[in-house]
Design a protein around this ligand. Sequence first.
Ligand SMILES: [Zn+2]
Length: 343
Amino acid sequence: MHNTRDIYNHYMHFKSNILTDTNLTVKDVEREIKALNESEHFFSKKIGESFLGKPIFECIIGQGDINIIAWSQMHGDEHTGTKSMFDVFRFLFSNDCIGAEMRNIILKTTKIHFIPMLNPDGAQFNTRENAQNIDINRDARSKTTPEGMLLTNYAIPSFNLALNLHDQNKYFSAGKTLSPSNLAFFAPPYDTLDSFNSSRKVAGLLIADTIKQLIPYAENRISKWNDTFEPRAFGEFFQSKGISTILIESGFEYDDSNKEQIRKLTFLSILNILYSISNERYNKCNIEDYFTIPLNRENGMFDIIKRNQKISIEGKDFQTDIGYRNSEIIYGDLKDYGAYKEI
Ligand SMILES: [Zn+2]
């Protein structure tokens, strides 16, 4: 607990001063890697190219036996995971006394392989899909995209843990609360029966343990990604290979349009997952703790809700709530819905 609070309070010590733009391109990733290459025990290499020939990299840190694979921005317009994971790398490089115990055990017991920005073409155009207009996260089976093909090479049993980093849309609320989901976690299924083998169970326990640490900073704002088996998705693909796989969906928070708070929470989540697998703290959790995480509620949030508005139609007056979400306007009882702005 102590560790997490100190790191939360001193996050600015670790945050990348290069990845500052809201949207990232492969140029930003290259600049960040160049800066990190001056550090000891850090390796980076180009592992392939996107459909349009942009470089895709792998960054490696740590000397331990627990092999971890992480990737970000397989959806080009979802930037938070790239930023947060590089913040984690900077934390691991730091000589700061804050978090020293956590840093040392992670570096000693794990080896982290990170593929930042798997979809640099999508990042360039700020699109979800790659340059072939294909959602890479629906390409694990057919391998039509060079980016998806590249990632399949990492779904090998020598990896113990996989972190699949995404951004979710802003309209998910956390369970039945009226608050946005800051973060949603998920241990993707590997079959239609939603079975739990030992490796998927570890993923669930790591999630439950991490959420416990994050409660002081995001109470009632963390949820479970609500999804069924999707055989074309990479989370499912990695889980089916016996690699404990965790999906992290970075969400939204009030008055956080640049997602700085969400970036910080994502950083803290990744760090806690790494720490928990390093010292096996997750074993203190029960799988029930995972099953009882509140589910994401789709469209639980509006951009604006005007409560109890007086309206007149055909000369008849009545009072109702009015909700605005994208171009949609909804009239009626919206007591059970949250909004980024209430009037
Ligand atoms: Zn995504």
